[in-house]
Write a protein of this length. Structure first.
Length: 377
C-alpha cells in the first residue's frame, strides 16, 4: 500500500536459461556492434508510452512490455533506465533479468540460429522517473523481423500496489534484508498479468502504489490521489496527457481502488471528519471516474469494480457494492462487482502484500468472475 522507496542504482544481468549468455555493453561499444542491424519500429508495444522522433519510447507505468521477432543467435535490448528492473523473455522463457540497467544494450547470446520471439517487460514501478526503450538489435548475421501483431483481446487494470504486484516475489513481509521492494516486485506476475496471459490479451497495468480514489495511504500527500495521475503516460511529468491510440479498445477494465482509502484510520487534520464523510466522497469520486471510463471506452466495455478484504473494516466492500448497484439502477448492464478473498491467501509479500502464491489465487478467482460475464471478445 505504500509507494516503493527509490532503490540504489546498480546493474545486474542474471542469465536464466542453460546455455545462454547475457551481457551488457556500453552505448559506445554497442553502436559499433549494432549499426544497421535493427529497426526501432520493429516491436509491438503493450502499455502507455510516449514516442520520440527517433522511434524510441518513454514510459512510467509498471508492466509495460515490448515484443519483437528476429532471426539469429542473439538479440540486443536497447534501454536507457537507471530506475527499473526488466525481464527478457525469448520464445516464452525468461532468460535474463536486467536490474536498473542504465543506458545500455543488453545482449542475449547462444540461441539457435532460427526465428525467435522476444519480449521485454518492466517489472517495477517508477512514478518518479521515466524509462526509455530504444528497440531490439540483432546479433551479427541475424535480422530483426516484422513486429508481432497486436492481440485481438485487450484488458486494462487500474489500481494500487495490489494491482502493481508490489513485493509479490518475496517470501517474507520484511524485505529490508532481501533486496527491498523493487527487487521483489514483478508486475508481470501480478494477478492481472496472469489473467491476461490466460486470455491471450494485451494488458495495461495502470497501477500506482499508495494511491486511493480520494485518499492515499495513511492520508499521505493530501491534495493528490490516483485520479491525479491516471490520464498521464509519464507519471513524473505534471500535466502530461496520454493520447490514447485508436487501437486501444479494451473490452474489460478492472478497477481496484479503495484499499488505501480505507485501510488506515483517519488522522487529525484530514479533510474528512468521519468515516461516513470519507465514504461519501469516495462514492461520488468513483462515479465520476466510471463516467470518465465510459466516455473513453464506450458502452460496450465491461467495467469490473473490484474490492479486496480489509482486516479492519468492511466499508470498502460495502461502498463498491453500492456503487455498482447504483450504476445498474441507472441502466448500465455492463458493470459488475468483484469481491475477492480466499483462505489460502498468505500475504507474505513485502509489507504484508499479496505473495506470488496469492496473485495466482486471485487470478484464478478473477478468471471465474470473468467467465460468468456476458463478454463479447
Amino acid at each position: 500500500m505504500r509507494t516503493p522507496r527509490h532503490m540504489s542504482r546498480r546493474t545486474l544481468v542474471a542469465a536464466g536459461a542453460a546455455g545462454l549468455a547475457a551481457t551488457v555493453v556500453s552505448p559506445a561499444s554497442a553502436a559499433v556492434r549494432t549499426a544497421g542491424t535493427g529497426s526501432p519500429a520493429g516491436f509491438h508495444t503493450v502499455g502507455r508510452v510516449e514516442r520520440a522522433a527517433d522511434g524510441s519510447v518513454r514510459y512510467s507505468w509498471p508492466g509495460i512490455s515490448f515484443e519483437g521477432r528476429f532471426r539469429g543467435t542473439g538479440i540486443g535490448v536497447v534501454l536507457d533506465d537507471a530506475d527499473n528492473d526488466y525481464d527478457v523473455q525469448v520464445d516464452g522463457e525468461t532468460v535474463a533479468t536486467l536490474v536498473t540497467p542504465g543506458r545500455t544494450v543488453s545482449w542475449i547470446h547462444g540461441l539457435a540460429d532460427t526465428r525467435h520471439r522476444v519480449r521485454v517487460v518492466k517489472r517495477t514501478e517508477s512514478p518518479w522517473a521515466a524509462g526509455r526503450f530504444g528497440g531490439f538489435v540483432a546479433a551479427a548475421g541475424g535480422a530483426i523481423l516484422a513486429r508481432p501483431r497486436a492481440r485481438e483481446r485487450q484488458i486494462e487494470f487500474i489500481g494500487d500496489s495490489y494491482t502493481a504486484g508490489y513485493g509479490n516475489m518475496s517470501t517474507t513481509q520484511d524485505c529490508s534484508g532481501n533486496g527491498g521492494v523493487n527487487r521483489n516486485s514483478n508486475a508481470d506476475l501480478s494477478f492481472g498479468a496472469l489473467t491476461a496471459r490466460k486470455l491471450d490479451a494485451d494488458v495495461q497495468i495502470n497501477a500506482f502504489s499508495g494511491r486511493g480514489m480520494v485518499r492515499n495511504y495513511n492520508g499521505g500527500e493530501p491534495g493528490t490521489d490516483f485520479r491525479t495521475y491516471y490520464d498521464r503516460a509519464l507519471l513524473n511529468v505534471e500535466g502530461d496527457v496520454w493520447r490514447k491510440p485508436e487501437s486501444w479498445r479494451p473490452r474489460v477494465v478492472v478497477i481496484g481502488l479503495g484499499i488505501n482509502d480505507f485501510s488506515t484510520p483517519l488522522n487529525p487534520g484530514e479533510r474528512w471528519s468521519t468515516t461516513a464523510d470519507l465514504v461519501a466522497a469516495y462514492e461520488s469520486a468513483y462515479h465520476g471516474f466510471l463516467d470518465k471510463l465510459r466516455t473513453r471506452y464506450g458502452r460496450g466495455t465491461f467495467l469490473v469494480v473490484a474490492a479486496a478484504r480489509l482486516w479492519n473494516t468492511t466499508v470498502f466492500e460495502e461502498a463498491t457494492r453500492r456503487i455498482v448497484e447504483e450504476r445498474r439502477r441507472r441502466g448500465d448492464r455492463r458493470i459488475s462487482h468483484w469481491y475477492y478473498d480466499d483462505p489460502g491467501l498468505d500475504h507474505l509479500g513485502c509489507d504484508w502484500h499479496p505473495s506470488l502464491n496469492d496473485h495466482r489465487i486471485v487470478s484464478g478467482l478473477l478468471d471465474g468472475h470473468l467467465a460468468g460475464l456476458p463478454l463479447r471478445w
